[in-house]
Structures are given as C-alpha cells and as structure tokens.
Design a protein around this ligand. Structure first.
Ligand code: KG4
Ligand code: ZN
Length: 341
C-alpha cells in the first residue's frame, strides 16, 4: 500500500513550523523560531507572535509542499496555545485541506510533545510500551499523564500556577538573563563555583500536582534582599533554582510511576531539553524505569511531532475531518487554551 503523505502544522506559541511526512518518515520539518522577536521583552508577546505566524506560514507551507503532487491529509495543532497564533495555523491548514479536498485533523499540542519521544533519526518508531507515564514540561504546561495507548490519556496532575518552563523564564528575567530562560539558567548553573543558596523544593502534598510560583517568589525575595548579584551568587541561585524544579518534578513523577506500577516514562516539552533534568531522572529512576526523551531538536515546538499524531491517526483509520470534536488528550477544546503551548 502507498504510504500516506501528509502536511503537519504547528503555531501554538512562538514557533511557526510546517512538516511533511510520508508514513513514518519525516521528509521535511521547517521551523521558524520567533525567539529574536520576543527576546527584547523576555517573554512571548501574543500579538507579536500572531503577526509573525501570519508573516511566515504561507512561505513555510509552500516550501514544505514544494514538488509534492498529492497529499492525503493535513494535521494541525488545535491547542492549547495562544489564541491568535492558533487561528493562523488553523486557517492555513483549512485552506490547504479545503483546496486539495483532503481530510483535516486537529490534534492536541501536548500529545505532539509526547509523541516526539518516538521520533528517532527522522522516523517515527514504536518505542512506547503502554501503559506509560508522560511528564510534559513546556513553557505553558507541567503535567503528568497516564497513557494507556495512543489517544488514551488520563490527566493525573498539572500545575496549580506556573509551568516549569514559565518558572525558568520568569526567574531568568528576574536575574536579568536572556530569553528563553531555561537554556540560560542551565548554562549558568553548570559554571564552576557558585554560592550555596537554599531554596524551597515545591511539593504539593498528597497530590500529583505541581506548583512553581512559591519558588519563583522565593527567588524574587532573595534577589531583592541580596542587592547586587555577583557572579558567584548568580551561579548559585541558578543552580539552586534548577535543582529545586528538577527535584520537584522528580518527586511527583516517581509517585506517579509507583502509584500506577508503570515501567516506562516519557519526558517531553521544552524543559525536557535540560541536561540536568535528564541526568537526574536517569540516576534516580533509570534502574527500574525505561526513560524516553525526545531528540533535542524535537523538545521545542515543531510540526514533526504534530505529524506523529497524524501518523497514529492514519494508522488507526481515524484520519478524517474531525475539527469540531475535542482533542483526544483531555477536555480542552482548541479555543479554550489561552495559555502558551
Ligand atoms: O515546549 P516549548 O518549546 O514551548 C511551549 O510549548 O511552551 O517549551 C518552551 C519552554 C520555555 O519556557 C523554555 O525556557 C524551556 O522550554 N526550556 C528549557 C530549556 N530549553 C527550553 N527549560 C530548562 N532547560 C532548558 N535547557
Ligand atoms: Zn510546546
């Protein structure tokens, strides 16, 4: 049977991305990052994001489709994400699918992050051994899911306030570092030396929920009281903050694995690029649990991961126009996700 060729579109936050897949193979994965546009503000400015998406989506789509005679469908990130940004991806996808008369499917961006764990060397592999626990840590979400199969997801816990990536970004801003904050904090924390600074490790008792705003406030108070931050203090603060976030993610993830007797853990989303997080989780959980992380380039938002969602739907024979139906991953409909992806 001929392999299905389909277009995948991602515009939830600050990356405009369009991919072309043929069956399991990622033929193209074009990503235009808006980071330079937002870095002056040290955070994503929604209106700037929507405009940049609409500036780029046409050319990226044309490039992804160059030389392609026929496609079998279009899959796009329906949310959660920034409303204006989502609309751009949705419109572009509807236009292509409407013009070509091929099915259009909207998928959940977070499912995309999860399925990014199965992409290796440009191909979607069968790495998942269900049931598994998914720790999704991005700029907009910190969530633990129990996955029983593709499209069979149960939310176990999310954040009560800030997401892990958001906390990295906000703390980086407080410390006058660049944007996005995660890589900046990680780089600083890895430098030698540094003062020993004690910060609270967030732990919402008797639940699988996260909370990072208290930790962020502790950093803000520390900076206020410290006056000028010297280099040793900055390094110590970055390290201590990173350790507190990672320890907190570890505690809840370990509880989830234990509670559900699960042997596989998939860690994904922008924060999963963090080397310290990867090392720590492997050290603490690696003996009993098989850990999966996306390749670094698939940690951040990209359309290939949305294509992986499309592939699984094709495989299940569920690739048909279904944009009015809520996504498989949770109850959010595309229009309700006002936050970042
Ligand atoms: O998944 P993603 O690309 O976008 C959203 O869907 O939000 O994640 C972006 C987030 C940002 O908050 C960024 O600071 C964080 O991921 N991030 C990191 C690292 N690289 C990116 N956080 C910690 N360490 C990193 N190395
Ligand atoms: Zn994301």
């Amino acid at each position: 049977m001929r392999k299905k060729i389909f277009l995948a579109v991602e515009t939830t936050c600050d990356e405009t991305s369009v991919a072309l897949l043929e069956g399991r193979k990622i033929i193209r994965n074009l990503v235009y990052s808006q980071i330079p546009l937002h870095s002056a503000y040290k955070g994503v400015v929604p209106e700037v994001a929507s405009r940049a998406h609409s500036d780029k989506i046409g050319a990226l789509t044309a490039k992804a489709l160059k030389g392609v005679k026929k496609i079998d469908g279009v899959v796009f990130s329906r949310g959660p994400g920034l409303l204006g940004s989502l609309l751009v991806g949705r419109m572009a996808s509807q236009t292509v699918s409407g013009y070509l008369g091929v099915p259009l499917v909207g998928v959940n961006h977070l499912e995309g992050h999860l399925l990014a764990c199965e992409i290796e060397k440009g191909e979607i592999k069968d790495k998942f051994r269900f049931p598994l626990i998914a720790l999704i840590v991005s700029g907009g979400h910190s969530e633990l899911w129990l996955a029983r199969g593709y499209g069979e997801y149960e939310l176990l816990g999310s954040t009560r306030d800030d997401a892990a990536g958001e906390a990295f970004d906000k703390v980086a801003k407080l410390m006058d570092l660049g944007y996005p904050g995660g890589p900046e904090v990680e780089r600083l924390a890895a430098l030698p030396g540094g003062e020993k600074i004690v910060l609270p490790v967030p732990n919402v008792l008797n639940s699988l929920e996260f909370s990072f705003s208290g930790l962020k406030t502790a950093v803000a108070y520390f900076i206020r009281d410290a006056g000028k931050l010297g280099k040793a203090r900055k390094i110590g603060l970055a390290r201590s903050f990173q350790e507190a976030v990672v320890e907190s993610l570890f505690i809840k993830t370990a509880s989830a694995l234990e509670k559900y007797g699960v042997k596989q853990l998939a860690v994904c989303g922008g924060v999963s690029a963090n080397g310290f997080l990867r090392k720590y989780l492997k050290e603490k959980l690696g003996e009993k649990t098989q850990l999966l992380f996306p390749e670094k380039k698939y940690c951040m938002d990209n359309a290939a991961m949305i294509g992986a969602c499309g592939f699984r739907r094709f495989e299940k024979g569920k690739f048909r126009n279904e944009i009015k139906v809520d996504s498989d991953l949770g109850i959010r409909s595309w229009g309700m996700g006002q936050g970042r992806g």
